[in-house]
Ligand binder design. Structure first.
Ligand SMILES: [Zn+2]
Length: 407
């Protein structure tokens, strides 16, 4: 057992909070975890139970302690980059037009297929190291740039390897239904069959979630439903890229198939919001992509007012969101979506954990949860997300073990 004292402010971010802004703040707090890396007690320092009096103590030196951050939507491993397309867009090119001309996802698909497993591994590993220094202790990681049996499985093997190798918890998602690869352009039904009958069975046991991009130019709701049914029968819970570029009824589809989350939602309808609320589906906001694509942000206030939990993630990917900075995403959630700093913190902890089926396991500092926590150089949550400033992370702990800065 170890006891952390001298916590200026502790945000426990309980998984069962009645409202997203209720983040369980305790001033002058202490935190206790056991040798298996699980939280056993959290509360005011003056109230530490006598049973823990004789165990070793560590000091948070007055810092703000929050749960380890959860990035619940990333496209972590891929080949190449798309800096050329970025510059072309700055000169006036259009994102969708680039995709139609063989750029966009198809460009990254070619680079990912050409990359060796080690090359993909090295790229993803260095990104995870940068995320760790930002306090990100759980990372969802999607495939979706392979779009063939071999290349999708190659990406899943990279995530398996990383899970055994890096301090963070990696949650793999199969996104074979990201886009129809060019070789199936004239027979999209054949690609959906390949996904459902070959790729999904081969990925069983390796991916926790099964994701699909439901959009004009990607997959229809009917096609996605077939993918989700195949995923379900192989143990994968649905997640989906929904209503990003137009209202395709993606939110209602997410609710109907029992998805863990509906992600993007820039164009979500009132009916979609009501469906998410009724189903208890988490809405995942991806404000970096919204900003890069010059879109109006998702209506976070309307979602929260309807009782839909709103998580915030980076959507880290080489095209629409080439930043892995979850702090930046949270600051954008405040400035552009009018989420309060408390709601934004919950969005990257307890709500993000729920989007990954890990509520009460990570993203919360309550008894039984993993002792994943971060010490921030800020007096409180409001000031942490008020002046966007890098270098605020003092210490990152996973399962009770300090993982950053290194020894
Ligand atoms: Zn995405």
């Amino acid at each position: 057992v170890t006891v952390l004292i001298d916590i200026g402010t502790l945000a426990t971010c309980p998984p069962d909070a009645a409202a997203q802004g209720e983040i369980g703040l305790i001033e002058r707090a202490a935190l206790v975890w056991d040798d298996a890396g699980a939280i056993v007690w959290a509360g005011p320092e003056a109230g530490v139970p006598a049973a823990y009096a004789d165990f070793p103590r560590e000091s948070a030196r007055g810092g703000l302690v929050v749960p380890g951050l959860v990035d619940c939507h990333t496209h972590l491993a891929f080949g190449g980059d798309r800096a050329g397309e970025f510059v072309a867009r700055l000169r006036g090119a259009d994102y969708l037009a680039q995709a139609r001309q063989g750029g966009g996802i198809a460009a990254t698909m070619r680079a990912t297929r050409a990359a060796t497993e080690d090359e993909l591994l090295d790229g993803a590993r260095s990104r995870l190291a940068a995320m760790l220094a930002l306090g990100v202790t759980t990372v969802e990681a999607k495939t979706g740039y392979g779009l063939s049996l071999d290349a999708e499985l190659k990406t899943l093997r990279v995530y398996e390897h990383l899970a055994a190798d890096v301090p963070q918890r990696i949650v793999p998602t199969l996104l074979a239904a990201h886009t129809v690869p060019p070789e199936f352009a004239d027979d999209r039904a054949a690609y959906v069959r390949l996904v459902c009958e070959t790729i999904i069975p081969a990925a069983a046991g390796r991916a926790v979630f099964c994701d699909a991009f439901v959009e004009v130019g990607a997959f229809t709701a009917d096609e996605a439903e077939r993918v989700f049914a195949a995923g379900r029968s192989h143990g994968m819970t649905p997640k989906l890229h929904a209503d990003q570029l137009s209202d395709t009824g993606g939110a209602a589809l997410a609710a109907r198939v029992g998805a863990a989350s509906a992600d993007h939602l820039e164009y979500v309808s009132e009916a979609g919001i009501a469906a998410l609320a009724a189903a208890g589906t988490v809405a995942v906001s991806l404000p970096i992509a919204t900003l890069v694509l010059g879109q109006e942000p998702l209506p976070a206030r309307r979602l929260l007012d309807a009782g839909v939990p709103v998580a915030v993630a980076t959507d880290f990917n080489p095209g629409s969101a080439p930043s892995l900075d979850l702090h930046l995403a949270l600051w954008l959630a405040c400035t552009r979506q009018r989420m309060t700093p408390a709601e934004a913190l919950a969005a990257a902890t307890s709500a993000a954990a729920r989007a990954l089926g890990l509520a009460g396991v990570v993203g919360s500092l309550v008894p039984g949860a993993r002792a994943d926590w971060v010490v921030l150089d800020a007096p409180d949550v409001d000031r942490w997300l008020y002046d966007f400033r890098p270098g605020r992370v003092r210490r990152v702990v996973i399962s009770g073990r300090t993982v950053w800065p290194g020894p």
